[in-house]
Design a protein around this ligand. Sequence first.
Ligand code: FAD
Length: 545
Amino acid sequence: MIRLTELRLPLDHPPEALRAAVLARLGLEDAALEELLVFRRGHDARSPRAIMLVYTLDLAVQNEEAVLRRHAGDPRIGPAPDTSYRFVARAPDGATRPIVVGTGPCGLLAALTLAQMGFRPIILERGTPVRQRTKDTWALWRRGVLSPESNVQFGEGGAGTFSDGKLYSGIKDPRHYGRRVLREFVRSGAPEEILYISKPHIGTFRLVTMVESIRAEIERLGGEYRFGTRVVDLLIEPDPDGTRRLRGVVLEGGETLAASQVVLAIGHSARDSFAMLRDRGVFLEAKPFSIGVRIEHPQGMIDRARFGAHAGNRLLGAADYKLVHHCGPGEASGRSVYSFCMCPGGTVVAAASEPGHLVTNGMSQYSRAERNANAGLVVGISPTDYPGDVLAGVEYQRRWERAAYAAGGGDYRAPAQLVGDFLAGRPSTALGAVVPSYKPGVTPTDLALCLPAFAVAAMREALLALDTQLPGFARADAVMTGVETRTSSPIRIRRGFDFESVNTRGLYPAGEGAGYAGGILSAGVDGIRVAEALALTATGQAVPK
Ligand code: FAD
């Protein structure tokens, strides 16, 4: 196959124009083009008057070598890369069963990959199966009842289950593992289009059924799930040479499970587990993360700003944005403010996992048809902002989550403020035309009560600057809802080239909680990489450096 990239056609081109453009670009007769597959379709909306579709295509042509020779030197034409996946090992008969802790995208892809190689993993999940979890999560959104072990963060499917299901990532992926994640998702019920749309998303409802379908496949291959099963301790004993080696895990209730290889894919909200790891001497380090709020605008405004007269076009869908501002001299000097996890046509969700704490995030359905666009508007912070031990970042998050809970009224309503009031430094007392989507509801107030002063200063500066990038971004009646603290993990569980903890053999820290992923796709990719390293070690093969 030949890969042709950057083929640009007008948004409203007729279907046959694609084939014609390929023939013209390659200088081929019609009969010489045997197959045309769209590998990726994106759009370039930098000029809303002349939006272009941008294709990456895989083509089967007659005399492929000659065609490639003719276009040698053209960086947009070359052999299509082989994106097929090959398993690195096969479990020997009687292989000891690895444990996978957590069923977020990282744990799921790790467990699935291990199961497909014959390792029959045992999967431990503190939360409930996804159907029960959906009910528990809605209890918070509808009635303000938080279930600490079954919520937006915890339970089958992990943090991304009630989300926009965006499936793209900026990670380097030379072995095309992202493609494998997408293929597995399609096999488990995701729409085929995620394989070729440049910014695919799935939406919440489909994610729920996909997660169940992956569970069925893992179980069919001999894997075993245990829900409501929280890992509370690790059994670590030294080897004769003094190396710390994992021997198993301790479950809540006291049961121990022996295992020589454990994938720890616990996400960024397992704060009790982070403390357990610190207390057990597993090597952790503090890492930067970000803090801020969710901001909501009418989706129609974003569509018009991005797509002009093409707003509402079916191929373009609801418009997104990605904004960043680097603060100038002053109180926020050196800070960066950026939009995070933007959800077109979605809702702001209550994402707390601890009683008396309040956290926001965003989600949408596949249709992205809700009236508001929302995104995190967050400020980067680093461990120098919260000195203390390695978990000082967790305490820092908690401090602002508790302040938000109090500012919202102490019943999981979220504190909210109009952008106009936030910029003027006065509390909001009422809301305007933009109706906030957060459930169980919002309390108009002053968000400065629940954000560090430097973050308030940075966001004030950024709102005005970002309004020049996206007109209307700082409109006075846009709603900000706080606080957004779970942007990424505040720690890294450092691992070596072999994917094992640098000081605890047999422990495989993985995914977002370990600081090695940020988002559904990258967490899934990390799960595959960790499963491969584990399988190579288990079968006596070297893990490549
Ligand atoms: P998680 O998904 O957090 O999974 C960790 C799992 O471990 C959980 O199921 C938890 O219950 C379990 N666990 C934790 N501790 C223990 C323990 N001690 N014992 C047993 N089990 C344990 N990313 C995107 O790419 N696109 C999006 O559109 C998107 N939207 C999001 C919307 C929301 C509301 C949220 C909260 C997140 C969103 N994200 C999105 C981020 C994405 O969900 C995460 O990056 C991803 O889920 C991380 O995957 P993970 O497997 O590493 O961890």
